[in-house]
Design a protein around this ligand. Sequence first.
Ligand SMILES: *Cc1c(COP(=O)(O)O)cnc(C)c1O
Length: 376
Amino acid sequence: MGTSSQSPLWGARIGGMTEVRTSVRIRQAVTSLPSYVPGARPGHGDVAKLSSNELPFPPQEAVVAAMTRVAAEANRYPEMTGEGLVSALAHRWGVEASQVVVGNGSVALIQHLLDTVCDQGDEVVMPWRSFEAYPICVAVAGAHAVTVPLTSQGRHDVPAMLAALTPRTRVVMACTPNNPTGAALSAEELTALVEGVPRDVVVLVDEAYLDFVTDPSVGDALDLLPHHPNLVVSRTFSKAHALAGLRVGYLIAEPGLASAVRSVATPFGVSLPAQAAAVAALGEEVRAETARRARLVVAERERVVAALRGQGWEVPTTQGNFFWLGVGDQAAALAGHFAQAGVLVRPFAGEGVRVSIGTPEENDRVLEAAAAWSAR
Ligand SMILES: *Cc1c(COP(=O)(O)O)cnc(C)c1O
């Protein structure tokens, strides 16, 4: 003690949050992290939470029962690498268990993957605007994000992404369907991307919203995996499986790469109830109901997008459980307007507003508010 007066206080606005003061030296990459803005959470009253792309239905009874059963055993650690869940996923997707890595949400796994392959100053090519967690993960890994603008239709610009590769590129990321614009990569685009990248560079394809895809021309990265040992497919239980609050996701990759990521991942990273719930979610009957619910969401998506276009809105084609209103500098005002109408949406300042598909009643409220905005 007594030396505190000599140590400087490192003032840092970490993640854009309020300034933190600490006597400890914080990594420069951390002090300059962009912030992750979580979807707004309702206070009280009748509010439609359409700001985080969650499913508007609660988890199914069989899934809740499975996590409740294991709750009484929570004095024990879960399986360290989630072997039971890993083998259920391997069986589900027709891959080897050695190819599957489970983690505390797919965002944690994306971080682990970047930590596995990126050295200080390496480059990660990504589409932009895309999932806001990506640049944060890249910065935490000590790497440099090379952002490639989307096309005017909110699509990945695959030729431009390939043109952005340099000898320092370690990872190329794709998000399909893309959060927040909703566009998905066609099979041709996906193949062009994967085949255009050298084999020592990882191609990470984030398929968080795959269950909502209905366009048959959209590609699935898993089909390309057998021929591309540098490909990594990321999926999650947070969206169609309605388990966002449990935090469980997974990667599928070639066994050598999967093993390297597993060595970086937090031991026991998926909690006991999350493992039990995810295994239950893969049961045949639960999956059938999950698919049925996804179809309900998709039917609502088509209804809402058609109605908005009928009102004169420009809505890019979406394959996710959300849609994009590219209103530019009106984003904050439009989000405020929705909030007044009891709808929480996700604004991206200066760019647009992302709205999740909710229950039919919630979506009706969206349509009503959207019409009132146009009639101002
Ligand atoms: C919601 C979302 C995820 C899911 O992340 P978890 O950590 O698994 O909840 C992943 N990628 C994208 C693009 C998302 O929008």
